[in-house]
Ligand binder design. Structure first.
Ligand SMILES: NC(=O)c1ccc[n+]([C@@H]2O[C@H](COP(=O)([O-])OP(=O)(O)OC[C@H]3O[C@@H](n4cnc5c(N)ncnc54)[C@H](O)[C@@H]3O)[C@@H](O)[C@H]2O)c1
Length: 257
């Protein structure tokens, strides 16, 4: 299966697959990336894990020994304490520099598991398997990190994934508030890119149920392309990548109150 998109980054190109039920083919789709690796550690949260961890572990098992780490769900998980648990688990399970991390979850898991990959033994590869609509933004572009008590995302690293595998079927178990949150990110991508995308969203999406349909793959691909175009131009956020923060200053302030 050909990748849906390919992203350029300073550490090389990486493929993005978007499709229904592709979590079950994860090992097969990623087999070139997994080749020569020693172990995979799948990091997820309790909610996502209870729905998808068994299937995803089974998809990798024919290719590599699989270890798993299941963290609590929610923003509080992007903490020093939860971060420290990951290298501990990895060391106990014998992960080495040839090992690979899989982030199975929303933006929280993508950020903390990506940061673990960026820092474990000075950096090992990782794969994003996003399961929220919002994570179509967070899984692409290589920003990883955790929160500090004095500020959100204050400790982190740029570390590009080796691949992004986005199973649109996993979105069907998301609560409506998470669909709305992710759709807001899509609207942001439309406003910072072009008017035609804005008009397309207005026409095609009247309610959340319009997102839970076959058109989600096309809308996601289009929205990921906006992010890709920006991060390919400005990977480390010294210029246009700042557009992706459209609305964030106000959003973070509201979240704090
Ligand atoms: N790195 C980046 O470039 C970037 C960009 C935007 C946002 N972010 C970060 O992303 C985080 C927010 O991500 P999020 O909104 O995905 O939150 P999240 O990861 O906390 O997920 C939201 C909730 O949905 C649950 N969930 C996830 N997938 C599910 C599924 N398929 N079915 C049922 N429940 C599911 C989770 O357990 C959680 O309770 C923030 O920490 C933010 O800072 C990072």
């Amino acid at each position: 299966m050909e990748p849906t998109l390919t992203i350029r980054s300073s550490s090389g190109e990486y493929p993005i697959w978007v499709g229904a039920n592709i979590r079950k083919q994860a090992g097969m789709l990623l087999k070139d990336i997994l080749s020569g690796k020693s172990k995979v550690l799948i990091v997820t949260d309790r909610k996502v894990g209870s729905a998808y961890l068994t299937e995803v572990s089974e998809a990798f098992a024919p290719f590599l020994p699989v270890e798993t780490a299941v963290l609590p769900a929610g923003e509080e998980t992007k903490s020093f304490t939860q971060y420290e648990n990951l290298p501990t688990k990895a060391l106990e399970k014998g992960l080495d520099r040839q090992s690979i991390i899989v982030a199975l979850g929303g933006g929280v898991i993508g950020d903390i598991a990506g940061f673990m990959a960026a820092t474990y033994m000075r950096g090992i590869p990782f794969i994003q398997m996003p399961t929220t609509l919002l994570a179509h933004d967070s899984s692409v572009g290589g920003k990883t990190g955790i929160n500090h008590p004095l500020g959100k995302n204050m400790v982190g690293a740029f570390h590009q994934p080796k691949a992004v595998l986005y199973d649109t079927n996993t979105l069907l178990t998301l609560p409506d508030e998470e669909w709305r949150s992710g759709f807001a990110e899509m609207i942001k991508h439309a406003y910072i890119s072009n008017q035609e995308f804005v008009e397309l969203l207005k026409k095609k999406v009247q309610s959340i149920s319009d997102l839970k349909s076959d058109q989600i793959k096309d809308l996601l691909t289009r929205s990921i392309q906006v992010k890709a175009d920006i991060v390919q131009d400005d990977e480390k956020e010294s210029g246009v990548r700042g557009y992706l923060n459209f609305g964030h200053t106000l959003g973070h302030a509201i979240e704090k109150t």
